[in-house]
Design a protein around this ligand. Sequence first.
Ligand code: NAI
Length: 333
Amino acid sequence: MAYPVTVIDGDGIGREIVPATMRVVDATGVSVEWEEKLAGELAVEQLGEAVPDETVASIRKNKVAIKGPLTNLVARGWASPNVTLRSKLGLFAQVRRARTFEGVPSPYRGVDVVVVREATEDTYAGVEQWVGPDASIAIKFVTRATAENVARFSMNYARKTGRRKITVAHKANILKLTDGLFLQSARNVGKEFPELTVNDHMIDNIAYQLVKNPREYDIILAPNIYGDILADLTAGVVGSLGLGFGGNFGPDIALFEAVHGTAPGRAGKGIANPIAMILSGAMMLTHLGETAAASSIERAIEAVLKEGKVLTSDLGGRATTKEITEAIIAAMR
Ligand code: NAI
């Protein structure tokens, strides 16, 4: 029986890399029934809504979805479509993984780090206000329930994937109440997982250590905004934003996506790197229990990158999205 999956191309390069990902997933032989839905700029143009109800309903029904990046429409008066999707679907945990690949220029080897980011609270609630004409404040919002849920999620994820260490990112020496609550919640939940090492580092120290010694990290558990920044940093450490991949998880829904955005400068030219999106597709297959198919995609990507003949420009090559997609499919055979 085919797995029903909601698929959203999204904006910019999403319209090139999402179809590429569908081709690769289909090429594994796993039967997926793609239910195509809109969100982002195209949804505004065609349906007058950035996150249409029918898109949310489709994801709720199928429980599994994959999406391309969405343009932030806040400047045009819309709420961020990504934040809306996460809050409507209760996707409180975001997994963002970055690993080095042989053949991809990076000063590092053997890095494989996962950032688990709390994805519904913190300053991302976007609650701001003016205090007089020349000052403004933003609310940083942390609840014990969500902090414990995301900590438990990160530790269960470690158990499932054979990882051993969780490092909590925080600035609890300054933000004693908010980051302090996040850290304390993680420490409490850590007692339920005696086989794991749960430690913590200040966010500024993590930024430094990720550049000096990224292999120090296995899973980094972070409040929303730190996690957002660290995910891009880890993608940079392994060589390109075009390699950072992941998913968003709620109690019963998973929505997979790459770390990067719509890359407007590359959109429509057929030159975007589809690998992060394809790896997100592989993560989706793992989530569906199709681990052999997921591994075949990962191995094919490893082979293509190692050979180094068909690389997109962000990786130092000249290949198009279509050429690298076809090379990956060929390497799966
Ligand atoms: P971006 O991630 O789109 O681009 C940053 C840099 O990385 C650019 O130089 C871009 O060309 C390059 N890049 C990104 N993905 C690439 C790929 N697959 N292949 C090759 N090069 C790649 O970040 P930016 O410019 O800050 O954001 C553009 C738009 O995307 C904004 O509207 C932003 O809000 C949105 N965005 C959406 C995300 C999502 O839907 N999950 C995540 C991040 C940004």
